[in-house]
Write a protein that binds this ligand. Structure first.
Ligand code: FE2
Ligand code: FE2
Length: 305
């Protein structure tokens, strides 16, 4: 379980899940909103092949029914596990911001935000009852875990609340809109109000702080790495296909990425991220990122080794 270095405490990604004693769990259950009343079949396909664009992929079309559902199950679990890890990191991040608050009002806000993220985490957990992380090498999550350990408040505000919470909002909106399970769809849309408050607060507080050159440089360096994950396209999906279909050659991976139209999808995501970075005080950051080509998706042949 200890797959992320133990110094990544804020993200909490190395904490065991489901091992607290019964009494602790009972109090937690009582404090959280009531769990969904009906039991959804576990790991069922909340998002279908077209959500992932798998319906356009030849190797998927030619797979047996059981291979297709195994693949969708992995892809679905990846989305839920990713949301779980993001919310878990969110709890630690908000708690850290309570301590970094400069007014009582700000301290209260972050206390409430920590409770929002804890609620989201608890609710997502209902859909991951037998939880054992499988996407432990996900580069996005590892980078997130690294960034929340930072100590520069301006950097934390900008990267996590302005950019990533802004991105998270549109990600959750899409998860809600295209989820085939009503309960889970409603759950994700119920997160949106809180997430947009977190994002708006990030914008507000960031714009109040003069941007030091050192913070600007650090933000740029971190975003170059985050954007690279997006530029590389849906690598998770390639690994999911490999887990079901066995080893894929380089040319097969290129073909799959092309069939997925990965470059176009990455471009759309990068444009959204660019618009989030491009705040009033951040034009220098956008410019630095543009000079490094950070908003340009990689063509398939450059995204695979
Ligand atoms: Fe959240
Ligand atoms: Fe949030």
């Amino acid at each position: 379980m200890n797959y992320i270095d133990s110094e990544y405490q804020t993200a909490g990604l190395n904490l065991p899940h489901g091992t607290a004693n019964d009494r602790v769990r009972r109090i937690l259950t009582a404090a959280l909103p009531t769990p969904p009343s009906r039991t959804t079949s576990l790991y069922s396909n909340y998002w279908d092949a077209s959500f992932f664009n798998l319906n356009r992929v030849k190797i998927f079309q030619e797979s047996t029914d059981s291979e297709q559902s195994a693949l969708l199950e992995i892809a679905n679990r990846n989305l839920l596990e990713e949301a779980y890890c993001i919310e878990n990191a969110g709890v630690g991040y908000m708690a850290k911001m309570v301590l970094l608050a400069e007014t009582v009002e700000e301290r209260m806000l972050y206390g409430l935000f920590a409770a929002d993220e804890a609620t989201h985490l608890g609710q997502i957990s209902y859909f991951l009852p037998e939880f054992e992380l499988t996407n432990n090498r996900d580069p996005f999550l590892r980078l997130l875990a690294e960034v929340v350990e930072g100590t520069d408040k301006t950097v934390l505000l900008f990267v996590l609340q302005v950019v990533l919470e802004g991105w998270g909002l549109s990600h959750y909106r899409r998860l809600a809109k295209e989820c085939r399970d009503r309960v889970l769809a409603e759950l994700f849309s119920s997160f949106l109000d809180a997430e947009s408050r977190h994002h708006a607060t990030g914008n507000l507080l960031f714009n109040e702080i003069p941007l030091a050159k050192s913070s600007e440089t650090l933000i740029t360096e971190i975003l170059v790495r985050f954007l690279m994950v997006v530029r590389m396209g849906p690598q998770n999906l390639l690994s999911a296909i490999e887990r079901v279909k066995g080893h894929l050659s380089r040319s097969q991976k290129i073909q799959i990425l092309e069939e997925l139209d990965a470059e176009t999808h990455s471009r759309t995501r990068l444009q959204l991220l660019r618009s989030l970075v491009k705040g009033k005080s951040a034009s220098a950051i956008v410019q630095a990122l543009e000079e490094r080509g950070a908003f340009v998706p990689l063509p398939a042949h450059q995204s695979v080794n």
